[in-house]
Design a protein around this ligand. Structure first.
Ligand code: ADP
Length: 507
């Protein structure tokens, strides 16, 4: 055995130690009631003997689970910071080596050092890398290197289990593991006495996003005029890490523009940079191209505003339309998100209105150019047909379809398939097509109804925009001149160009 006699306990990399992480709970926001459970861990670390005397069993291991960037590492550091105890951190991947015995030596080493300096906190990030569910069937593999790696991982995992089982009461060490794929974890790790606490760190909701922005705003110079709550509302699905990055990016933009503090426009620029990418120079759509993009985008925005005015539709207002190419996109419409509850139980009228908004791009083209339509509106049409199909199948909102003896092709995603954003951020993501049973007759019926619904809605939208032809042309003109137009400007135009206004405007 060539490895014999080699001492691995000194093997690099070692755990990074941090006497005091300096992170406090006041640096963490938007994780809701999870804080209470974390406070209890701090209380334990501050006085392990008390827990011992009272006969309270301390937790062995605590599993922090949740999507990346939502503060699992931050929370672990805050526990150590609040308790004022040393923090030992390693990533699960650092234990995964092909060399036999290295991983388990590192585990032993980590726990030994933490115990010597107790009370203390051990934190292993991406614990799934080291504790993936063992896969019996692959043991037969003839690939020797693969076998060695698998076996090594198992030895490491076993060592971790031994250390966790060996945790006695009163030891004063808290072991925290973090994962965003709990479904991958070996069940042995989740048995009682190992990870006996599981704390979910969820992605922040609108209120949480605002609190997180406020935490990070302490570190930058923000002008008083910046309304953080509108960003919190409008950035669903954004993690704490992304929000922190937003303020950093905005600070950079402000410096670049020689502003003495971050302005609202710097924040907007930063959002665009982080979503679609920086403005691109040197790409010219040409006059025709710009006209088509402007028409499509204005058609979408205008349809939304018109439906809100005329039919009391519950839709998103347009914040601005831009035909500055940015990142991968040539133009964009930025809509202002409604509050979270509005997306909870969307009703049929609302969904049909939204369908009309998607169809508004092509409808505007048809109003202005007749049958001479272009590719500029196809991505909206794709969104429209996706939505129409969903209205008919998943939500079953046109004449309900009953399919005898067939399971519905649309089923709820099973739990743990990817992170679910608790409605936030994933407008319609919680359903997906899972292996539809083949039923050509039903497929035909769905296709027929989808087409019918789209045709109806498209007709309505064309008629609506045709009535407001003057406002449509005017808005497109202004957008072409300014390259950007705000929602207020659109409203102003709509106020001044009532329906059926004769127009001599041409593009
Ligand atoms: P995770 O471990 O869940 O992947 P991190 O804790 O590493 O996420 O988050 C990265 C950074 O993002 C943090 O250092 C912090 O600056 C910011 N951040 C993430 N979540 C939060 C939160 N809930 N509150 C405040 N800041 C956060």
């Amino acid at each position: 055995d060539i490895w014999q006699g080699i001492e691995f306990s000194q093997s690099k990399p070692q755990a990074r130690v941090d006497g005091s992480t300096g992170v406090m709970f006041s640096d963490v926001a938007g994780i809701g009631e999870a804080v209470d459970e974390l406070q209890e861990l701090v209380r334990y670390l501050k006085n392990p003997e008390l827990f011992d005397k009272m006969g309270i069993k301390p937790p062995h291991g605590v599993l922090l689970e949740g999507p990346p960037g939502c503060g699992k590492t931050l929370v672990a550091k805050a526990i150590a910071g609040e308790a004022g105890v040393p923090f030992y951190q390693m990533a699960g991947s650092e234990f995964v080596e092909v060399l036999v015995g290295v991983g388990s030596a590192r585990i032993r080493d980590l726990f030994k050092r933490a115990k010597v300096n107790k009370p203390s906190v051990i934190f292993i990030d991406e614990i799934d890398a080291l504790a993936t569910r063992r896969q019996g069937i692959f043991r037969e593999s003839s690939d020797q290197l693969y076998n060695a790696a698998t076996q090594e991982r198992e030895t490491t995992l076993n060592q971790l289990l031994i250390e966790l089982d060996g945790f006695d009461t009163g030891k004063g060490v808290i072991f925290l593991g973090a994962t965003n794929r709990r479904d991958l974890l070996d069940p042995a790790l989740l048995r009682p006495g190992r990870f006996d606490r599981k704390i979910r760190i969820r992605p922040p909701n609108a209120k949480g996003r605002l609190d997180i922005l406020k935490v990070h705003a302490r570190k930058v110079k923000l002008s008083d005029t910046v309304d953080l709550s509108s960003y919190a509302n409008n950035l669903p699905g954004w993690s704490g890490a992304k929000l922190a990055q937003l303020l950093q990016e905005a600070a950079l933009v402000a410096v670049r523009k020689s502003h003495s503090a971050i302005l609202q426009s710097d924040m907007d620029d930063a959002v665009d940079r982080l979503t679609v990418g920086p403005k691109r120079v040197g790409i010219d759509l040409g006059h025709q191209g710009q006209c088509r993009r402007a028409t499509t985008e204005v058609g979408t925005a205008l349809t939304s505003h018109l439906l809100m005015r005329l039919e009391n539709a519950k839709l998103e207002r347009c914040d601005r339309v831009s035909i500055h190419p940015r990142g991968q996109t040539l133009s964009q419409v930025v809509f202002h998100r409604l509050d979270d509850e509005s997306y909870m139980f969307e009703r049929r009228p609302q969904l049909l209105h939204r369908l009309q908004v998607f169809l508004g791009g092509r409808a505007a083209e048809e109003v202005i150019y007749g049958r001479d339509t272009s590719q500029a509106s196809v991505s909206y049409l794709a969104d429209a047909s996706w939505l129409a199909r969903k209205i008919i199948t998943v939500w079953n909102m046109e004449n309900p379809m009953v399919v005898h003896g067939e399971p519905s092709p649309w089923r709820k995603k099973p739990k743990f398939v990817g992170p679910r954003l608790d409605f936030e951020g994933s407008l319609y993501d919680d359903y997906d097509l899972i292996e539809p049973p083949v039923n050509f007759k039903m497929d035909d019926e769905i296709a027929r109804r989808t087409e019918e619904l789209m045709r109806d809605m498209y007709g309505k939208t064309v008629a609506l925009l045709r009535q407001h032809n003057a406002a449509l042309l005017k808005t497109v003109k202004v957008l072409l001149n300014q390259k950007e137009i705000t929602g207020e400007e659109i409203d102003f135009i709509l106020d001044n160009y009532p329906p059926e206004t004769p127009t001599s405007l041409v593009l």
